[in-house]
Design a protein around this ligand. Structure first.
Ligand SMILES: Cc1cc2nc3c(=O)[nH]c(=O)nc-3n(C[C@H](O)[C@H](O)[C@H](O)COP(=O)(O)O)c2cc1C
Ligand code: SF4
Length: 471
């Protein structure tokens, strides 16, 4: 039976564990920071020296740590892209926006173990010569912001932050910045614009890769809350030891948010790839199975923008046939299966789910959250939501399934500034591809009903719809 493995959440839910610094210190808190600050320069074979910060960066690379915010990009590689020669300050931003629907893991860390994040950030800043860092927290998390501010104050009082940290000559300040509550503020360049006090319009890449032209046009690292917490553990145990957790190329642990029609919704930390989707949904120590003896219908494996899986699907993974329920929950397997682990949020739908309604709900969200800069995204997301509204309000047409796919296919693929274009299209493309019969049946039933009605009542909605534009 697959088991939880608690690295990041080791203490968070222990009885009596509190978010204050004294409790954190009693549990070995800030020992990793002390270890990081004390790393001595290492002599290399070519006569050069590797500084402490460089050794930490190398260790993060060795650990194989991949970003926990969505894309699963190598943290060590991201740090290696930082322009260290520009002469400008380097900033670090912790992305605590946690806005992907279905995701509720970062808030657990911030609420229950804020010093773990602060320690991870301080080490990451030290490793990257950062003197000023921000935590950009979602506006809807006022309590999280309060807890983090208190933690920062406590850390400063103990001289883990501020000037001349622990007598090493290293200075660092961290500030909490509250967002106003917009999904697009989670996208790193939108976040940076928002932090600069502007509308969160994502920036085009290239040239605005944060590692080169980020906050205030200076080199900037943006990492997720859980990613930064991992850095503390990498320093504590060493990158090579960390890499033994999880599976090759999918190292460490991940906190999975499990929601939907399961008996035990919640967050569960696992070694990456050491539990399957089936185990996460059905095992008694995870989701505990479906409610009321229902059957599985669909699974969204990585937050609402991830492509949906249909119950019973089979995939070719590394040349082998694998059933959906046997799919290891890791970065690479989910990509090979045609979706992604995204923000590691699994949304489970049982056979009572109206799949058209479910997609309409998701599409409403994206139509509401598009920042509006790019025409395909601004208009396309709205058309999708309007067409789905028709389908869920008795005004659908049999051809709406194809119509939805046509719109969704024309949003992403380099036509938009940011990956929101993909995020709003993937659910539509996958829901319709996998459950097309339900969309067609709904639209056809609506047409039939209207035809019958209009025969009795003269020209009505059917004629109006036929004469109206497509949206
Ligand atoms: C539309 C959109 C929303 C995003 N929302 C979040 C978010 O809420 N939290 C997050 O950490 N990353 C989010 N991301 C990913 C960030 O842009 C960025 O890749 C991430 O913070 C990098 O951190 P990581 O490498 O540690 O994962 C979002 C991306 C997109 C395109
Ligand atoms: S893709 Fe959408 S959310 Fe992203 S910049 Fe364009 S309009 Fe804004």
């Amino acid at each position: 039976m697959a088991q939880e493995y608690k690295l990041i959440l080791k203490h968070a839910d222990e009885p009596g564990y509190t978010p204050d610094i004294e409790c954190y210190l009693r549990h070995g808190g800030y020992d990793a920071l002390k270890k990081a600050l004390a790393i001595q320069p290492k002599d290399l074979a070519d006569g050069k020296k590797l500084s402490g910060p460089e050794q930490i960066r190398q260790d993060v690379m060795t650990s194989g740590l991949r970003g926990r915010g969505g894309a699963g990009f190598s943290c060590g590689l991201k740090w290696s892209f930082v322009d260290r020669k520009s002469g400008k300050p380097i900033y670090l931003i912790c992305n605590a926006d946690e806005s992907e629907p279905g995701t509720f893991k970062d808030r657990q860390i911030m609420h229950k173990d804020p010093h773990q994040l602060i320690e991870g950030m301080i080490i990451s800043c030290f490793a990257n010569d950062v003197k000023l860092a921000y935590i950009y927290i979602r506006g809807e998390m006022p309590e999280g912001a309060k807890i983090l501010n208190r933690a920062i104050k406590e850390a400063r009082e103990k001289n883990f932050l501020g000037k001349n940290i622990l007598g090493t000559g290293y200075d660092l300040e961290i500030y909490v910045h509250r967002g106003a509550g917009a999904y697009i503020c989670g996208e790193e360049t939108g976040l940076i614009e928002s932090l600069e006090g502007k509308r969160p319009y994502p920036r085009i890449k290239p040239p605005y890769f944060p590692a080169v032209l980020g906050l205030w046009m200076c080199p900037t690292i943006v990492n997720n809350v859980e990613t930064l917490c991992n850095v503390k553990h990498i320093v504590a145990m060493g990158g090579a030891e960390f890499a033994k957790l999880g599976t090759p190329n999918n190292t460490g642990t991940r906190i999975v948010s499990l929601s939907g029609h399961i008996k035990r919704p919640g967050y569960y930390e696992i070694e990456v790839g050491k539990a399957t989707i089936g185990q996460l949904i059905f095992d008694a120590n995870f989701g505990g199975g479906l409610r009321d003896g229902r059957k599985l219908k669909a699974v969204i494996p990585g937050g609402s923008s991830a492509k949906v899986f249909k119950a019973g699907e089979k995939f070719k993974i590394k040349g082998k046939d694998v059933d959906l329920l046997d799919l290891p929950y890791d970065f690479d397997s989910l990509i090979q299966a045609g979706s992604m682990s995204g923000s590691s949020a699994i949304i489970v739908m049982d056979d009572s789910t109206d799949i058209v309604e479910a997609l309409a709900n998701i599409s409403d969200f994206y139509a509401h959250e598009s920042c509006g800069q790019c025409t395909p995204c601004r208009e396309g997301s709205l058309w999708l939501s309007k067409a789905l509204h028709r389908l869920t309000h008795g005004e659908g047409r049999a051809q709406d399934a194809d119509y939805l796919v046509k719109i969704a296919d024309n949003i992403p693929g380099g036509r938009t500034i940011c990956a929101f274009g993909e995020a709003c299209s993937w659910p539509v493309q996958s829901f319709v591809a996998k459950f097309k019969d339900e969309f067609v049946a709904k639209g056809a039933a609506d047409e039939e009903r209207r035809t019958k009605k209009s025969k009795g009542a003269g020209p009505g909605l059917e004629m109006k719809l036929a004469a109206s534009p497509q949206h």
